[in-house]
Write a protein that binds this ligand. Structure first.
Ligand SMILES: NC(=O)c1ccc[n+]([C@@H]2O[C@H](COP(=O)([O-])OP(=O)(O)OC[C@H]3O[C@@H](n4cnc5c(N)ncnc54)[C@H](OP(=O)(O)O)[C@@H]3O)[C@@H](O)[C@H]2O)c1
Length: 337
């Protein structure tokens, strides 16, 4: 099978396709014939050795794929050859065939295309962890989403809307504002000044000013990192929760705990990967929920670009260069763009 192999860490475009042996399903595993691969920001970090976990080289990277089951381990009863599935593995998805542990494979409704499912799985699972498991967003909550035109931000906007929240999207330009509106955001703000002081002003005046009491939001889903995180604390009201999802701007923030104390605020992390060990049934329940929403057309995967396998690494470079809007997916049966 063809697969990208990381022989030594480096920029995306330095990595090449190799011919590798087909994977075999062991106990508790499923082999998938891949039809589509989703690209994510963490993939771009992992091929450079900048992700928090660094697999030993050589390895096949990639986390999101969708297709059909080709074979299952002898003890597997939940899936059979031919089933339509989507999977989120830790590594190995940038290939024509993928072996995945059972807990990371999900049945894909026939109405959901492989491209949509592969484009959705990491971002919707992450958005589910952030909005439902960690923030407990409920009807009527005021929810701010930063980096709202990105993959996780788009999914979080949509899931918060389905839960009945009043959603504020923070995006960096008007083109991205349009996407946030299509995702159902009730309010969209493009910061005029991206310095820490400018963003603090934006949260205090523009975000808090959206509601008649001027008090601010119940939840900030934060995907960007500093200075957005520090400024975002100013947009929370009494009892508000800041949910840390990621650091797309590259700067890991440090919270001033006196500010949290005086203002009765909470800061919680929303990691996805560890949930496959610690909260397996909840993640399965969440994936079934958003896959059904996709099947019913109540949320969208926002796949804006499809590429052939040969262009996968260029797709990752575009993510790093902030040239991407919405989701890029690699398809293995079509010509791509
Ligand atoms: N918690 C988890 O388990 C988990 C899972 C998946 C991803 N993540 C992390 O979550 C973050 C978002 O992932 P993603 O897949 O949504 O990435 P993405 O699709 O590339 O989106 C990133 C977003 O951040 C914005 N952004 C990038 N650089 C920025 C900057 N310097 N200042 C302000 N905004 C900036 C981008 O919009 P503009 O270009 O318009 O600013 C974009 O909307 C990443 O840090 C990723 O590593 C965490």
């Amino acid at each position: 099978m063809r697969a990208f192999l990381i022989e030594s860490y480096g920029p995306p475009c330095g990595h090449e396709i190799h011919d590798l042996p087909d994977p075999v399903a062991g106990a508790g595993e499923v082999v998938i014939e891949v039809e589509a691969i989703g690209l994510n920001y963490p993939d771009a970090l992992m091929v450079q050795g900048k992700y928090q976990k660094r697999p030993e080289t050589p390895f096949v990277p990639g986390r999101d794929c969708a297709g059909r089951v080709l074979a299952v381990g002898g003890d597997v009863r939940e899936f059979k050859a031919g089933d339509t599935v989507v999977a989120q593995v830790f590594k190995g998805a940038f290939a024509e065939r993928v072996v995945a542990p059972l807990e990371r494979v999900f049945h894909r409704p026939e109405e959901v295309s492989a491209a949509d499912a592969a484009g959705a799985i990491t971002v919707f699972n992450t958005a589910y962890v952030a909005t439902v498991m960690r923030a407990g967003v409920a009807a009527g909550d005021r929810v701010v989403v930063t980096g709202a035109s990105g993959g996780v931000g788009s999914a979080a906007t949509q899931l918060a809307k389905v839960r009945g929240a009043d959603v504020v999207a923070i995006v960096s330009n008007q083109q991205k504002a349009e996407l946030a509106r299509q995702n159902g955001a009730d309010h969209v703000i493009v910061p005029g000044d991206s310095s820490e002081d400018g963003l603090k002003r934006m949260f205090k005046e523009d975000v808090c000013g959206l509601w008649p009491d001027g008090e601010g939001a119940d939840v900030v889903i934060e995907t960007v990192g500093d200075p957005m995180f520090t400024a975002g604390l100013r947009g929370l009201r009494f009892g508000g929760r800041m949910v840390v999802v990621g650091f797309a701007a590259g700067v890991i923030p440090a919270a001033k705990t006196n500010y949290l104390l005086y203002n009765n605020l909470g800061v919680v992390g929303a990691p996805l990967d560890i949930q496959f060990e610690k909260a397996r049934s909840q993640i399965r329940e969440g994936a079934q929920w958003w896959l059904q929403l996709l099947a019913e057309g109540r949320v969208r995967a926002n796949v804006s670009r499809t590429l052939p396998l040969e262009s996968l690494m260029q797709g990752l470079q575009d993510l790093l260069d902030r040239k991407s809007i919405a989701k890029t997916v690699v398809t293995l049966d079509g010509p791509g763009d």
